[in-house]
Design a protein around this ligand. Sequence first.
Ligand code: GLN
Length: 190
Amino acid sequence: MPKIGVLALQGDVREHVSALVALGADVVEVRTPQDLAGIDGLVLPGGESTTMSLLLESSGLFEPIAERLAEGMAAFGTCAGMILLAGEVLDGRPDQRFFGVVDITVRRNAFGRQVDSFEAALDVEGVAAGPVDAVFIRAPFVERAGDDVDVLATVDGHPVLCRQGNVLVAAFHPELSQDLRIHDLFVGGL
Ligand code: GLN
């Protein structure tokens, strides 16, 4: 079974842990650099990317995670987690840090504010058995995706699920629906 870390500084950590446990993964919550030892992949949850950026610095986790990602560790980011893995962030805070391992430009809160949160039935490339119920909460979308990025799903023409190598990013929250198929896309690839 793959050992998967869930970045547990802020955001919907518990929901990701439940989904990963349901898929049979060995899960560890990551709060300190030591917690990264031996993990095959890291999940970066939804929450608030600017807050997570600050907590990544104060916990001393930013550099060790950046190193593991540079060495090829797999990662799965949802919503704020997608922002943290992107190469370029629009409408971010000027001091906000991100890992830059997926060649995408994301715009924060691109679908609007909290009141503009919505659910959509998404057709996802590589996911069989019908559309995926996707929850969007102050979600980003992808304004530009590089040539090495596979776009797996879109909303109104905007990419919302992308993969580059072993890094998967979703603008929505698969951890908030009971559907495990997006987590399985990640876990199944490890
Ligand atoms: N808008 C948030 C951010 O910029 C992300 C929202 C979410 O993760 N639900 O981090």
